[in-house]
Design a protein around this ligand. Structure first.
Ligand SMILES: *[C@@H]1O[C@H](CO)[C@@H](O)[C@H](O)[C@H]1NC(C)=O
Ligand SMILES: *[C@@H]1O[C@H](CO)[C@@H](O)[C@H](O)[C@H]1NC(C)=O
Ligand SMILES: *[C@@H]1O[C@H](CO)[C@@H](O)[C@H](O)[C@H]1NC(C)=O
Ligand SMILES: *[C@@H]1O[C@H](CO)[C@@H](O)[C@H](O)[C@H]1NC(C)=O
Ligand SMILES: *[C@@H]1O[C@H](CO)[C@@H](O)[C@H](O)[C@H]1NC(C)=O
Ligand SMILES: *[C@@H]1O[C@H](CO)[C@@H](O)[C@H](O)[C@H]1NC(C)=O
Length: 394
């Protein structure tokens, strides 16, 4: 009788197409766990806000079996091994459109993973996500999020993977983000505008991608203290000043890319200490002087790109790399090499050359080069994949 009554109510409510009605009573559904009953209306409310669903995934979001909805994954929550709750969401590539995620992910208390690459979610990133006690992977990449860096992320102590690349975020990133224990941090292709904070040297990240934003000012010398950095991408920003000697202290680095900024000065010899480095890109800056031979003697170099600068000299080791196709010095000012800049351009550059304040540091080699190991096998590089929109990075 009760069921019958609620079915009638249900159909009346459905036939009256009125937006201002109170929320529908939950149908009488049996959930495998009380925690799923609690989040059922939250998911249904979110489903009602979705305006585009080109692959029809939300059609599967009906009934009590939340663990089998497309994109939803259940597991035991960390604090109760006999319970079942919603642990992870993977909407990668679903291309769903919704005006906000507010009131959705922040209301899923056991969520550990949220992946939503290539959707059309917009609005601001809810400050309430800091309520999630277990969240450790957050991927909001390639969406339409606006506003400033979500400060609430600073309060998610469990977070280790943060990917907010390819959104419409502006303003500054809080310097404290680099003190947080993140393994990977991708924020390329937004509109962040600021000087790089000194705290960047405190990052615990292995992968750090700040490319394609509007970062200004110099590369902080503290960068050399980052203990784990394997890949750092700073390309296509508005960085100025000389390359700090400390960049050569990133002993573990495999990829360093500062291409297409406005950096000037000679390359510091310390870069010859990057014994693991495979990819070094300084293209499209205002660098000059001789390319230090010590860099060209690095055993693991695969791609050393210096094109579109104002270098004037290369020694025999560097010439060897040019012949092997490892070193690219196109569009510089090197006498006798093909495809260099017109002489006039080189002369004009020399007339307004900027000297570096710490000249001596550029010559220091802070390592024992004779100890370097031979070639390592080439490995899969992660951060360059971050520069294309649709790739997932985990
Ligand atoms: C839900 O339906 C089941 C049988 O289908 C019934 O036993 C149960 O009492 C109902 N619960 C509520 C709250 O109506
Ligand atoms: C753990 O989850 C089970 C199943 O949901 C529940 O019955 C039990 O009360 C929970 N334990 C605690 C301590 O909350
Ligand atoms: C487990 O954690 C969730 C999320 O914080 C909380 O809602 C729930 O009450 C906790 N349960 C237990 C048994 O501690
Ligand atoms: C994304 O959503 C906006 C409105 O939020 C809409 O104008 C646009 O057409 C959507 N784009 C795609 C590719 O779905
Ligand atoms: C070397 O690196 C530069 C800069 O990232 C890139 O444009 C170029 O395609 C790379 N060359 C090869 C042969 O991979
Ligand atoms: C560099 O390493 C070599 C071989 O391990 C050693 O003989 C030499 O003394 C070291 N030089 C310096 C300056 O530490």
């Amino acid at each position: 009788m009760k069921l019958f009554y609620s079915l009638i109510i249900f159909s009346i409510l459905n036939n009256v197409n009125c937006q201002l009605l109170p929320p529908l009573p939950s149908p009488n559904l049996t959930f495998i766990d009380q925690s799923l009953a609690l989040i059922f209306p939250i998911i249904q409310n979110f489903k009602n806000t979705i305006t585009l669903d080109p692959f029809g995934v939300t059609k599967t979001w009906t009934g009590p079996d939340i663990c089998n909805y497309k994109g939803f994954y259940c597991d035991n929550p960390p604090n109760n091994s006999s319970a079942i709750s919603l642990a992870s969401i993977d909407f990668n590539g679903f291309q769903l459109s919704a005006p906000t995620l507010d009131g959705f992910i922040d209301q899923l208390p056991d969520l550990a993973i949220f992946h939503a690459n290539t959707n059309n979610f917009s609005g601001i990133i809810s400050s309430k996500i800091s309520n999630l006690p277990y969240l450790y992977e957050l991927d909001l990449s390639n969406n339409q999020f606006i506003g400033t860096f979500p400060m609430s992320i600073l309060n998610i102590k469990t977070l280790t993977f943060l990917d907010i690349r390819y959104n419409l975020l502006t303003g500054i990133i809080p310097p404290q983000i680099f003190l947080q224990y993140l393994d990977a941090f991708f924020l390329n292709n937004n509109n962040f505008i600021q000087k790089l904070p000194d705290s960047i040297g405190s990052t615990s990240a292995f992968y750090l991608t700040l490319a394609n934003n509007k970062f200004v000012g110099p590369i902080p010398p503290t960068i050399g203290q980052a203990p784990n950095l394997l890949e750092i991408l700073l390309l296509n920003n508005l960085l100025t000043g000389c390359i700090p000697y400390e960049l050569g202290l990133l002993k573990k680095a495999i990829v360093i890319d500062v291409g297409f900024n406005t950096l000037t000065g000679p390359l510091p010899c310390s870069l010859g200490c990057l014994e693991n480095v495979e990819q070094l890109n300084f293209a499209g800056n205002l660098l000059y002087g001789q390319v230090p031979e010590v860099i060209c003697s690095l055993k693991n170099l695969v791609n050393f790109t210096l094109s579109y600068n104002y270098f004037t000299k290369v020694g025999p080791l560097c010439r060897e790399l040019i012949e092997n196709g490892v070193l690219n010095v196109e569009k510089n000012c090197i006498n006798g090499l093909p495809n260099q800049r017109p002489i006039l351009e080189c002369v004009l550059f020399r007339m307004r050359i900027k000297l570096c304040p710490l000249q001596k540091s550029l010559r220091i080699i802070p390592c024992n080069i004779s100890k370097f190991s031979p070639h390592r096998p080439e490995r899969h590089l992660i951060s360059y994949s971050a520069l294309s929109k649709h790739t997932k990075l985990y």
